[in-house]
Ligand binder design. Structure first.
Ligand SMILES: *[C@@H]1O[C@H](CO)[C@@H](O)[C@H](O)[C@H]1NC(C)=O
Length: 400
């Protein structure tokens, strides 16, 4: 009697409760610390973009995509520039969002004074330590994580031959972590890389890096799984979970740090549905792993993804399309976070994806989540039933 009453009550209330929840709220309810998005300085002048980036229902954390990298922070030796990185750090603080800091040591986006310098092991070690000390000290107390070393490995698990490895040897890695720990003892220090999710030779080598740092008596707190995928290549949820757990078994936490799932263009209902499944499995494996603390997408809208310029013919890798309309991937993420998505959403988002390319058609009205007004908007101004065109800000009204 009591049980059936509770069940009926839950069945009645739950769809209403869950339909309003955003990605960060769902992540926290599922036991993660955050759901977040990367961003970049150039995008922040796009005010509807900025409004959604600042929406803490979806994003409890932001990560600067480029403005804390070496070429941005120390463009010439000993001259530091934090202006662009500070814009993102200040935005996170103003929004009440966490800040994931990225990245201190990487083989790309290095200024030429680093890549073309004539170094000895001792002089490059000093330059590395000076870089890390200055950047970490500047952001001390503001970051939850630092990606200390990024992408040190080749696919076969050997070390990538970057300037640091060839000049200093593998000890550049514990040296970097030690410098970061000395500059801010409270921030969590991460090793970050891609293609670890498959659990092969590269993942084994990343575990060896964790142990290399630990055996040097130096602090390492986490491993970041970038999770850059092509649609349909994401391993199963249980397989992803096993890989994550092989890292937490070493006493470190893990996080997905740069997730996106690229699709060969044009997209179809099939590839968008597969993308939703891929995102659901990724975030679900984090939920299933004690010690998986968060999930970050590498920006949130297809409009600002790095994919089209890097992978010709591919794009659409994120949960919102170029017009800031939620895709099936958004519901896939919610589902992976344990939220029961009401069925109307699935049907209407499927419609969205086929009609958004012809934005000027107003005959049927904009779909749920679709834009229906705002300064400069030339698309539909009415919504398909049963959604209502709702003012969000001067630049953006949405069918809700
Ligand atoms: C913030 O995000 C949530 C979840 O996507 C959404 O329901 C809400 O409308 C958004 N708020 C604004 C002001 O856009």
């Amino acid at each position: 009697m009591f049980h059936s009453l509770t069940g009926a009550l839950a069945a009645c209330l739950l769809p209403n409760i869950v339909s309003a929840i955003g990605l960060h709220e769902a992540a926290v309810a599922a036991g993660l610390e955050f759901f977040g998005s990367a961003t970049d300085n150039g995008e922040l002048t796009d005010l509807p973009y900025l409004a959604q980036l600042s929406n803490t229902s979806d994003f409890g954390q932001i990560t600067p995509g480029n403005s804390q990298k070496w070429d941005s922070t120390e463009p010439s030796q000993g001259t530091f520039s934090f202006t662009r990185g500070d814009v993102i750090a200040d935005l996170a603080e103003d929004n009440g969002q966490l800040l994931r800091c990225h990245t201190l040591v990487w083989h790309q986006q290095l200024p030429s004074w680093v890549t073309s310098g004539s170094w000895t092991s001792a002089t490059l070690t000093a330059a590395l330590q000076n870089h890390i000390t200055n950047v970490v000290t500047h952001y001390k107390g503001r970051c939850i994580h630092w990606d200390v070393v990024n992408e040190a490995l080749n696919e076969d698990g050997t070390y990538r031959t970057n300037i640091f490895y060839t000049t200093i040897g593998e000890s550049y890695i514990p040296i970097a972590f030690a410098a970061a720990a000395a500059a801010d003892p409270d921030v969590k220090l991460y090793y970050n890389d891609y293609n670890l999710e498959y659990g092969g030779a590269k993942a084994a080598a990343a575990r060896a890096i964790v142990q290399l740092i630990q055996n040097a008596g130096v602090k390492v707190d986490g491993v970041g799984f970038q999770a850059h995928f092509g649609v349909g290549t994401v391993p199963s949820r249980s397989s992803l979970t096993s890989v994550l757990k092989s890292f937490t078994a070493l006493g470190v936490e893990v996080a997905y740090t740069e997730a996106d799932v690229r699709i060969q263009l044009p997209t179809s209902a099939t590839t968008l549905a597969q993308q939703a499944t891929d995102f659901r499995n990724l975030v679900g494996s984090c939920v299933d792993t004690d010690g998986c603390v968060g999930f970050t997408i590498w920006d949130w809208t297809d409009k600002y993804s790095w994919v089209p310029s890097t992978f010709p013919g591919y794009g659409a890798p994120l949960p919102w399309d170029e017009n800031f309309v939620k895709k099936p991937a958004y519901d896939g993420l919610l589902a992976g976070l344990g939220v029961t998505v009401p069925s109307p959403t699935t049907t209407t988002t499927a419609t969205v994806t086929s009609t958004t390319s012809t934005t000027t058609s107003t005959s049927t009205g904009a779909p749920r989540w679709g834009q229906c007004g705002g300064n400069g908007w030339t698309g539909p101004t009415v919504c398909s039933s049963p959604w209502t065109c709702t003012y969000v800000n001067d630049w953006y009204s949405q069918c809700l």
